[in-house]
Structures are given as C-alpha cells and as structure tokens.
Design a protein around this ligand. Structure first.
Ligand code: GLN
Length: 484
C-alpha cells in the first residue's frame, strides 16, 4: 500500500502505529519521483534522502513531519544539493547553506526527496519557461494542459501524489494559481510571517514563502512549523506565532465575507462562477454573511501592470549578482563588462531578458517618475482600496482563476478584462502582504479549478478557519490525480 497520496496526519499515524517506516516512505516517494512523466523535478535527491532518513533521530518520532518526504522548489538554497532556479545561468550551482524553511523542515524530521522545476527564476505563471522545459498538469494524461507556475514542479509533485506537501514561493500568485489548476490547497501567509532567508529573491517587497498541501488541516500544520521570527531575515516578523490548527473547526457564524463584483463580472466561464456560487451557499449555511462589494474596476485592472513594473524593477536589481563574477556560470571575456554581457546573454532565456529590460527601463532616471514611482503610488491606491474592504469584512473570497488550466500550446495573453482582472488579480495579496489561500472548488472536463480567500495581515488563523468551512462544504480534499 502506498502512503504518498495520503494526508500528513494519516501518514504520521501510520508511522506511530509501526505500519510503515520513514525509510519505506522515502523509498516510495523516490520511486514515484523517478517515474514522474510531468517534468516535475530539477534534481532527485536519492542519495541525500537515503542518508538523511538513516540519520533520523527516533526521539523526534512524535513530530508530525518525522520521516515525511517533501519536495522543495528550486529557488530555495539547499546545502550540498544543486539549486538552479531552473535557469541555465545557475546550472551546477551548489549552495553552501540551507534556507531557513528547509532547516526548519529538516529539524522536524522531514526528508527532502527532490528539488522541483519552476518558471525560470520564479518569473512567469505557466510552468513552461524553466530550462528543463514544460511541466505538465498531472490531471491531464494527454499532457495538453499547463499546471501553472511559477511553482509548477511542486504543484505537479503534490497533485500526482508523489509527496504530501511541497514548498513554493509566491510573488504574484505562483503558488495560489497552480494550486487552483491542480486541485490543491496553496497558502501564502502574511508578508514577514515566514523567513525568506535563503530564498532566491525575485521581488523583495512581494516575495513570500508559500506551499502546497492537499487539505486545509495540513496547511495549518505546516504553518505552525514554518512561521516565526528569524534573525537572519530582517523582514521576518516578531508577531506571536499561533497554533494554526487550534481554531480550524470554530464556527464561522457572523464572519463577514466580501465577494468582489468586478472580479466575478470579468469571468466568462459559467461553470467556474456556478461552483463558486455553490461554495458561497456553504458559507452562508454555516452562518457567514456574504456581500458583493465593489472596487473601482480601474484599480482592479491596474493590479497586473503595477505588479509587472514593481516586480520587474526589483528583479532587475535582485538578480544583478548573476553576472559570472559573483554568481552564475561565467563566460570569459576581455573585460569585466564583456564577462557580464556574455554570461547574462547566454544564461537567461528571452522571458527573463524581457523582464530585465522592463525593470531597467522603469528605473532609468528619466523614466522613474513616470513608471516606477507611479507604480508605487498605484500600489498604494490598490492596497488602500482593499484595506477599506477589510475595515468591514473578515475576508475577501473570489475564484482563484477564471478557468481551468490553460493549454500548453495556444494560450494567448490578450489584454481582455478577464486576463487583466480575473487572471491576475491575486497579486493584490502580495502588494498588501495579506495572507491568502487557494483551495479546490470544482472540475470542468475533469480538470480542476479553485477559489481564493484572503484576510487581513496576520489573521492566518481566521483565514484557515474560513477555508476549512469551505472545504467542509465542498468535500474537496485529499485529491490526487490518478497515475497512468
Ligand atoms: N505570474 C506572476 C509573474 O509572472 C507570478 C510570479 C510569482 O508569483 N513568482 O511574475
């Protein structure tokens, strides 16, 4: 019998009862990872995982993650394990230290079995731009659909039942969007709630550690382990860490939930809207008050362009160290400028170059006021608008995406309202640093889609409590795409 398609609590109890050993679990996950056909992995840590599981401290047996296999997105530094950010410029790079989240997971007894594929350097949302090519959606055996990105490999690994949870990062929606396309729970907590020490920075003011599980309880449990101040990340918060599993089953009676009209109106897929409305009825049946609330559509449409300017500007600066001198595969030249130009020309794909061009252009002295500073002002207006909603409501709830996962071939990014709003609005939660969670809502043509719930900063307990109520209503949890 396999365990990797089960919940964390189930696997944990099986270990405690002596039904299965950590070594057997790790072997199962490694075998499944090796059989993966969705291009989920950059590197399978076979030797490292087998070494680690033998060294496990049996006195930690009661830790929920003791002996549990995990997959880590390839933009988290892992000591002695190759970490490329799915970019050619970092091929062969082996970090000398681990990110704080990896250290915390390992302390709990989790075993890293693989590093996962991603959109190059976490920029992008399709899971098609990493140096190993397209990552496919495990729900589609014909491999026509994306799983979404940028945390594509982690999403594919959890939804294929290779591991029960996996780390990702979320700068615009990179965990919450693929979670929607893969029938997963994807949580991005408050900015500062989890240390980012050792996470390759993309856009520092928007970057969050985030992760995938297959149910809300597991999501809350992982937060108990990852949340908390880390002196190595000055932006991590001193706020008290709660027991995030404690309030999951509280009543949501009287909780106020806002649905944003402009987002729903921009969605053309009736099936998505229908399932979303059904989930609203579950919330109401459990005593929540649900209102449809307006935010100026101009502001909703401004989220994505604002996100692009700010994230590209920050990415340009953050990735300046990938120059062949400090980091990155060096290509020799006559001068240090030539080394940099050759290294970067060769090392980055066109998508990354485009983003650096946008970033540099926005930061140029003569353009800064018109682009970067204006985008910052716009961000403030957007966050103010959402803060006003949060003055009256506990949470904002909308579909996480306007549709099921797009096709790998033929998906076009037009500038329709649907694309600008429903497809990209979730970046508002990065702009405001709000905790935000995606969870499954339904299926169309056997492909999943999800809903997204967002709360005020540091209200993860309430967020997870409402998410649990939705999950109870839909009954959609522990979903695993069937293996071939
Ligand atoms: N899709 C967004 C982008 O293209 C999100 C990326 C992310 O969250 N890392 O940048």
């Amino acid at each position: 019998m396999g365990y990797m398609d089960k919940s964390l609590t189930y696997i944990h109890e099986a270990i405690l009862k002596g039904e299965v050993t950590p070594l057997e679990l790790v072997k199962e996950a490694l075998l499944l990872a090796k059989e993966d056909t969705n291009n989920a992995f950059e590197y399978i840590c076979e030797k490292e995982a087998l070494d680690a599981v033998i060294k496990l401290d049996a006195s930690k047996k009661n830790n929920l993650l003791y002996g549990i296999p995990v997959v880590i997105k390839d933009n988290f530094s892992t000591k002695d394990i190759p970490t490329t950010g799915s970019s050619n410029i970092l091929n062969g790079y082996v970090p000398v230290f681990s990110s704080e989240v990896v250290t915390r997971l390992e302390k709990e007894g989790a075993i890293i079995i693989a590093k996962s594929t991603m959109d190059e350097l976490a920029m992008g949302g399709s899971g098609t731009t990493g140096h190993l090519g397209v990552t496919y959606n495990p729900w589609d055996k014909d491999k026509k659909h994306q799983v979404g990105g940028s945390s594509c490999g982690s999403a594919a690994a959890v939804s294929a039942g290779i591991v029960p949870f996996a780390l990702g990062s979320d700068t615009g929606d990179s965990v919450r969007k693929p979670a929607s396309f893969a029938a997963l729970v994807g949580l991005k907590p408050t900015w500062g709630r989890i240390s980012r020490f050792g996470l390759f920075p993309f856009a520092t003011s928007l970057d969050h550690v985030a992760y995938f599980t297959r149910n809300v309880y597991d999501s809350a449990y992982i937060l108990n382990i990852l949340a908390g101040r880390d002196d190595k990340d000055a932006s991590s918060s001193f706020n008290k860490v709660e027991d995030y599993t404690a309030n999951l089953s509280n009543s949501i009676k009287g909780k106020k939930i806002a649905v944003i009209k402009g987002i729903i109106d921009s969605i053309s897929d009736k099936e998505v809207v229908k399932s979303f409305n059904v989930s609203l009825s579950y919330l109401k049946a459990q005593g929540a008050e649900v209102d449809v609330v307006d935010i100026d559509v101009k502001l909703l449409k401004a989220i994505y362009p604002t996100y692009i300017i700010i994230s590209c500007a920050e990415a340009t600066s953050n990735n300046a160290n990938l120059d062949g001198i400090k980091f990155g595969n060096r290509i020799e030249g006559e001068s240090f400028e030539e080394v940099m130009v050759k290294t970067r020309t060769n090392g980055f794909s066109p998508l990354i170059k485009r983003r650096f061009v946008i970033g540099s252009f926005s930061l140029l002295k003569e353009n800064q006021d018109e682009l970067f500073v204006r985008a910052q002002k716009c961000r403030r207006l957007i966050v103010n608008a959402f803060n006003r909603v949060f003055e009256k409501y506990d949470a904002i709830y909308c579909p996480a995406a306007p549709s099921i996962a797009p096709l790998v071939k033929g998906s076009s990014n037009n500038l329709s309202d649907e694309y600008l709003i429903a497809d990209n609005y979730m970046a508002f939660a990065n702009m405001g640093g709000y905790p935000s969670i995606t969870l499954p809502l339904g299926f169309e043509n056997n492909m999943p889609f999800g809903g997204n719930l967002t709360a005020k900063p540091f209200q993860e307990s309430l967020l997870l409590n409402i998410a649990q109520a939705i999950e109870n209503g839909t009954g959609l949890k522990d979903l695993v795409a069937k293996r071939n």
